[in-house]
Every structure is written in structure tokens, then in C-alpha cells.
Write a protein that binds this ligand. Structure first.
Ligand code: URA
Length: 239
């Protein structure tokens, strides 16, 4: 059994603000188990009571999981004084859940960013002990070659002396501008860009394409998002 106040449930899910719930109750617009409810603070069992608002059944959920195809120019933050943030892209009905980004992508990095209000899941995914893989597609200024594959496999030394864990580099195109996919199992600040700097090359475009076993949905254009299915949420923690 999981009991919550009626006004809390409806505001958490973005249906109404708490004061609107009060009004709607007065107007007889809300029923629980087929009985009109006047008490907006009524304790409701979210696992079995049926709430109807304005004739519409309310399906309760505590957590929200969103896959966003992050565009360039947005900060992976929940607040910023001057820059655009990823939450600016998300509809108000989802913002009621107070989602936050799971980890960060740089302002100019595109691709898979998961937003959730599930702090425990986020913590598990980001835990350095879990080594959840993250795969990036990148365009690199300079010819990426076998030497880089071997170096990344061994671990490279970043500008602050940190030696990276073994990572897997796949070369898609080796030219003046190369194209690669890189899978890393940790998330140091600017990690991919700094790894390429350590072998004398520059990342000129970066996009995350997967996290755990969850791949970015190719049908999502930049700036588009959708909710994850339960199965997809599980994929996030698989290696
Ligand atoms: N590595 C980077 O350098 N930037 C990102 O946004 C993600 C990984």
C-alpha cells in the first residue's frame, strides 16, 4: 500500500497545482473510487484507488524517464542564469516531475541524454564502480589510426595526470577529418575531448549514441525526446 494526499498526487503529475486541486474539489470535479471528493487532502492508495479528474482517469506514477536527443548549445543543468538549459526543451507536463539530467554532456555535445527524477537510478548509473559503458560518435581533426586504438585500449594519460580505463575505439573513417566511435566506462570531465588531445588530435563534433545498452532512438531529431519504456530503463544499467 502506498498512500499519498490527493493534492500531492495531482500536482506531482502536473495535472493541477495544489490550489487548483482545492478548487476542483469544491466544484465536485474529482472522484475517488466513484465518490466525489471534497477533501483535497484525502489519503489515496496509489496502487489501487481510482482517481477521476474531469471524467479522465489519472494513472499515477512516481518516476519519469525521458530520452532526449540533446542539441548543441544547451547546458545539461536544471538552472542557469544566461545559457539555455536542456529543461527548456521539455514540456511542462513532464517538468512537474522535476526531472534532472543523468550526468552531463558538454554544451556543444549532442545526443543521448536521459532525464529522470529517480535519484537512485541516476546514482547507480553514474557510480564509478559500475563502469556503465557510454559510446560516442565523433569527428576528429587528424588521422585516427591503429596506434590510437592501442593507446586507448591501454589507457591514456590526461592533462591532469589521470590515466583512463581501457576504452574501445572503432575507426569509421581515417582521413584529414576522421570519424570514430569510442566506448568509455567512466565519465571524467570532457573525457573524450581530453583523450584525443592526449594523442595530439582534436574532437570537432561529439555525439553520445548509447548509455549502458540503451541506444539513442534514431527517430528523434535534435531537441526531440520521448519517455523510455520500462524495458529501456533496465537497459541503462546493462553492460
Ligand atoms: N566527453 C566529452 O569530452 N564531452 C562530453 O560531453 C561527453 C564526453
Amino acid at each position: 500500500m502506498s498512500k499519498l494526499r490527493l493534492d500531492k498526487i495531482l500536482s506531482h503529475m502536473g495535472y493541477l497545482s495544489r490550489s487548483e486541486v482545492k478548487k476542483a474539489c469544491k466544484q465536485g470535479l474529482i472522484s475517488v473510487n466513484n465518490k466525489i471528493v471534497k477533501d483535497y487532502g484525502l489519503q489515496v492508495d496509489t496502487t489501487k484507488d481510482e482517481i477521476i479528474l474531469n471524467g479522465e482517469k489519472v494513472v499515477y506514477k512516481e518516476f519519469i524517464y525521458i530520452m532526449l536527443n540533446k542539441p548543441d548549445g544547451y547546458l545539461s543543468a536544471t538552472y542557469d542564469k544566461k545559457d539555455k538549459i536542456v529543461l527548456d526543451l521539455i514540456d511542462k507536463k513532464y517538468l512537474a516531475f522535476e526531472p534532472f539530467p543523468v550526468g552531463r554532456l558538454d554544451k556543444d555535445t549532442e545526443g543521448l541524454l536521459v532525464l529522470t527524477n529517480d535519484g537512485k537510478l541516476s546514482h547507480r548509473i553514474l557510480s564509478p564502480k559500475k563502469h556503465i559503458p557510454k559510446t560516442y560518435y565523433a569527428k576528429i581533426k587528424g588521422k585516427v589510426d591503429e596506434f590510437d586504438i592501442k593507446e586507448f585500449e591501454k589507457g591514456v594519460t590526461l592533462d591532469d595526470g589521470y590515466v583512463t580505463m581501457p576504452s574501445t575505439l572503432k575507426i569509421l573513417k581515417s582521413d584529414e577529418i576522421s570519424e570514430i566511435e569510442l566506448t568509455i566506462h567512466e565519465g571524467k570531465f570532457h573525457q573524450v575531448k581530453r583523450m584525443f588531445e592526449s594523442v595530439g588530435k582534436k574532437v570537432i563534433y561529439l555525439k553520445r549514441i548509447s548509455m549502458g545498452k540503451l541506444e539513442l532512438d534514431k527517430n528523434l531529431a535534435l531537441g526531440e525526446y520521448r519517455e523510455l519504456t520500462e524495458e529501456e530503463v533496465k537497459l541503462l544499467e546493462e553492460r
